[in-house]
Design a protein around this ligand. Structure first.
Ligand code: AMP
Length: 114
C-alpha cells in the first residue's frame, strides 16, 4: 500500500533502523515508546488489522511472535518479563492500520491494561 507508513518502513523508504528482518517480518523501535523497551513487529505484506488474518496466515503470525520472543532475549528482558499485544481497531486504540505486534518491557506492567 503506497500511503501506509509501516509499508514504507518495511520497504526501507524512511530509513528507519530495522532491528530484525526476515522474509516475512521486520521489527523496529516505536517512535513514542511506552516502556524502556518498545519494539513493533510487523509483516512486510500490508495487512490492516488482526481481523484480516485467516488460517493461511498462521505461519506469518507465528513468525511475528517468534521474532518478538527472540528480540526479548536480545534486549535482555526475557527473564524479567515482557508484554506482547496487538491493538485491533478503534476501541482497542489501533492508530496505524498495518498490523503490528507491540513488544514492551523494562519496567513493571500494570493489569488490567488501560
Ligand atoms: P497502535 O496504537 O497499536 O496502532 O500503535 C501504533 C504505534 O506506532 C504507536 O505506538 C506509535 O508510537 C507507533 N508509530 C507510529 N509511527 C511510527 C514511526 N514512523 N516509527 C515508529 N513507530 C511509529
Amino acid at each position: 500500500m503506497t500511503d501506509c507508513i509501516f509499508c514504507k518502513i518495511a520497504n526501507g523508504e524512511l530509513g528507519t533502523d530495522l532491528i530484525y528482518e526476515d522474509e516475512q517480518v521486520v521489527a523496529f523501535r516505536d517512535l513514542n515508546p511506552q516502556a524502556p523497551i518498545h519494539v513493533l513487529v510487523i509483516p512486510r505484506r500490508h495487512v490492516a488489522t488482526l481481523n484480516d488474518l485467516d488460517a493461511a496466515d498462521s505461519d506469518l503470525i507465528g513468525r511475528m511472535y517468534l521474532a518478538a520472543r527472540s528480540l526479548a532475549v536480545r534486549e535482555g528482558i526475557a527473564e524479567r518479563g515482557y508484554r506482547t499485544l496487538i491493538n485491533c481497531n478503534a476501541e482497542a486504540g489501533q492508530t496505524v492500520f498495518h498490523l503490528h505486534l507491540h513488544l514492551l518491557g523494562g519496567r513493571p506492567m500494570g493489569w488490567p491494561p488501560g
